[in-house]
Design a protein around this ligand. Structure first.
Ligand code: CA
Ligand code: CA
Length: 374
């Protein structure tokens, strides 16, 4: 009982810290977070192409405001699929994050559907890859074929999911946001002055909850976790974020909500009972009904007890509420990211939103749908 109280206090502190970080973001009116004023600049190299046919290659490079060890990165590249055809994606010397980032197996889909490349790459060492502020570092190389001689842009917009993940000496992951958009100008297409719509994506506090990580003994290289999630790629329907300003920030005075608990709901044989009251987004995404409560003990800082597994079977959790506090917010996303990047999470937390027993891309889809992120 005493241990449980201590754990609840830790979770309470994590949530409060996250709320304060989010609040400070809005109060300051800045994209820079309290925990880190660092940013990363994305750029294309070359960033000008003057040819009306044939193929060309360009590299996407990053340059942070300060030297750092980078464990991974994610960003989206958009191009006009009527003018250009994507031919090749190379993450060398990085690695694509399996089943999350787009690689050459997704090229046909990208060219035929939306012209959006979701880039998610990683360094598979425990220490990360050193990236300095004095020079640009390559992330990926893209090859395109020019289908039409029109002027056009290949672009990385100001979406707040464009970022790198810095890893600190204590193995804490910190999200470093993009400093701004980047363009590759094809045949003198002039970027318009029209600002990109403000994405509905809430700013991510840069601090991964410290309590969620168990430091990895150095210098042992820890292999990156392999996804066992079903590798079916759900297409991202649209690149253009929905114009805000409907998003309202959390008030700094917000108190921790009391989750609605389904009385009598239990986890039996690693499956929630059928009479548990769950909130599904099932018009768009199919869920296992009832969901499993069977995540691997390796994901947690301490193996979940049967009582903690009972706690996973609560209302709302299947819509993206990883910590079960009744609200879906950035803290839940941080727990998802922590699992994806090999960190440990508290035993009360369950980011398996679709209830298939694994944590992966399908769970992220549910979170993004709940948050209204396209
Ligand atoms: Ca939550
Ligand atoms: Ca899952």
């Amino acid at each position: 009982m005493k241990i449980k109280v201590v754990k609840l206090i830790v979770v309470f502190i994590v949530v409060i810290v996250s709320i304060v970080l989010i609040a400070s973001y809005f109060l300051k009116g800045s994209k820079k977070s309290k925990a880190s004023s660092e940013t990363v600049t994305f750029s294309f190299s070359p960033n000008i192409i003057n040819q009306t046919s044939g193929e060309f290659t360009t590299e996407v490079k990053i340059k942070p405001s300060g030297d750092m060890f980078v464990r991974g990165y994610e960003f989206k590249v958009k191009f006009d699929k009527d003018v250009l055809e994507l031919k090749d994606i190379q993450y060398d010397p990085w690695n694509v994050t399996t089943d999350v980032g787009d690689d050459n197996s997704k090229i046909s889909f990208i060219n035929e559907n939306n012209g959006i490349i979701k880039v998610v790459g990683e360094d598979r060492t425990s220490s990360g890859n050193i990236v300095t502020s004095s020079e640009e570092t390559k992330t990926i190389t893209l090859k395109f074929n020019i289908k039409k001689s029109d002027r056009t842009l290949v672009e990385i917009n100001t979406d707040l999911t464009n970022r790198v993940f810095k890893i600190d000496p204590d193995y804490t992951l910190i999200s470093i946001l993009s400093a701004g958009r980047a363009d590759l100008n094809i045949n003198q297409q002039i970027p318009t002055d029209t600002p990109f719509p403000t994405p509905t994506y809430l700013p991510t506090p840069t601090l991964i909850p410290t309590s969620s990580f168990t430091p990895i003994p150095s210098p042992t290289v820890t292999p990156f976790p392999t996804y066992t999630e079903i590798p079916t790629l759900t297409p991202t329907p649209s690149f253009t974020p929905t114009p805000s300003p409907t998003t309202t920030p959390s008030s700094p005075t917000t108190t921790i909500p009391t989750p609605t608990i389904s009385l009598g709901c239990q986890c039996i044989s690693d499956v929630c009972l059928t009479d548990c009251l769950f909130d599904y987004n099932d018009q768009v995404i199919s869920y296992i009904k009832p969901p499993k409560c069977s995540l691997s003990a390796n994901l947690f800082s301490t193996p979940p007890t049967s009582e903690e597994k009972q706690g996973w079977c609560k209302t709302l959790r299947v819509k993206g509420d990883a910590d079960g506090n009744g609200v879906v917010d950035n803290v839940d996303y941080l727990y998802y990211v922590a699992v994806v990047f090999g960190g440990k999470i508290p035993a009360q937390v369950n980011p398996d939103f679709n209830g298939d027993g694994n944590v992966g891309r399908l769970d992220l889809d549910i979170y993004r749908l709940t948050m209204g992120i396209q």
